[in-house]
Design a protein around this ligand. Structure first.
Ligand SMILES: NC(=O)c1ccc[n+]([C@@H]2O[C@H](COP(=O)([O-])OP(=O)(O)OC[C@H]3O[C@@H](n4cnc5c(N)ncnc54)[C@H](O)[C@@H]3O)[C@@H](O)[C@H]2O)c1
Length: 266
């Protein structure tokens, strides 16, 4: 299924930074912004895939910069944002897509696994927001889109860790929206339902196995749980992210938008 019409020039002259740009939703978002004229900073730890994303976004029409950045490191994030500002002079849009999934029964959660997940999914988002905020305050405008999950709004067994981090992203998004609103900055979260990326393939295998199902069976069950009876393509999440960054969404802030095909209706 193809995504909606791209609007060439919608983000002309704007600078977009995306964490977790190498694959999945981050990559689709980089390509979307590139195709609409943005200059796109792609941050990730997977260099080869991240370079491919930058090449795809450039081929789509944008100017791009691929930067190695582990979101667990404040120093690496700071260096990456500085490199983007050195190159293009501003940051208009921040998308925090870097994330990972781990799950399992509550009694079996090792503390080091929890701490690593929190450092990527939650501290990584907080750090990005807090480093980019002063840049956007200086500009008097900007838009931050944090990628949460439907797991941040609702919960399932064996997902306490992931749900906790994704609920945390919604909480920090609301507070940041209140704090940064007076400076003309919008802050929203996007809560995707199951989206066909490498992450969901791993999730399907793991959770499917715990339910005596194959990964494919679990995905089919999840698709049937939605009103639309299918899972999302990453481009469909990217389209909503681009809308939130656009002038059409300038009075929209502090929201956690469910892009889940109607999952919560079931
Ligand atoms: N796919 C889904 O069904 C789904 C649903 C809801 C929310 N999400 C969220 O969407 C976001 C993107 O996930 P995706 O499905 O595109 O998965 P993905 O695995 O394709 O992409 C995640 C990206 O984050 C990068 N990353 C991981 N750890 C990092 C780190 N420490 N520093 C920098 N980059 C790092 C990975 O290298 C990868 O490129 C995640 O935050 C995820 O939790 C995904």
């Amino acid at each position: 299924m193809s995504d909606g019409p791209h609007l060439p020039g919608r983000f002309a002259g704007q600078v977009v930074v995306i964490t977790g740009a190498a694959t999945g939703i981050g990559r689709a978002t980089a390509v979307r912004f590139g195709s609409e004229g943005a200059r796109v900073g792609c941050l990730d730890i997977e260099d080869a895939e991240n370079n491919s994303t930058a090449a795809l976004a450039a081929a789509a029409g944008g100017e791009t910069l691929a930067l190695r950045c582990d979101v667990r490191s404040r120093h690496e994030q700071q260096s990456a944002f500085r490199a983007v500002v050195d190159r293009w002079g501003q940051i208009d849009v921040l998308v925090t897509s870097a994330g990972m999934y781990v799950g399992g029964p509550l009694p079996d959660i090792p503390l080091d696994r929890w701490e690593n997940l929190v450092s990527v999914n939650l501290t990584g988002v907080l750090t990005a927001n807090s480093l980019v905020a002063p840049i956007m305050i200086g500009q008097g405008q900007g838009s931050i889109i944090n990628i949460s999950s439907m797991a941040g709004k609702t919960s399932w067994p064996n997902s306490a860790e992931y749900s906790a981090t994704k609920s945390g992203v919604i909480g920090l998004t609301r507070s940041a929206a209140m704090e940064l609103g007076p400076h003309g900055i919008t802050v929203n979260a996007v809560c995707p339902g199951n989206t066909l990326t490498a992450m969901v393939a791993k999730v399907a295998e793991e959770i499917g196995a715990s339910l005596d199902m194959t990964g494919a069976e679990w995905l089919e069950m999840r698709a049937n749980d939605t009103a639309l009876k299918r899972l999302a393509q990453p481009e469909e999440i990217a389209g909503v992210i681009a809308f939130l960054a656009s002038a059409d969404a300038r009075y929209l802030t502090g929201q956690a938008i469910e892009v889940d095909g109607g999952l919560v209706l079931s």
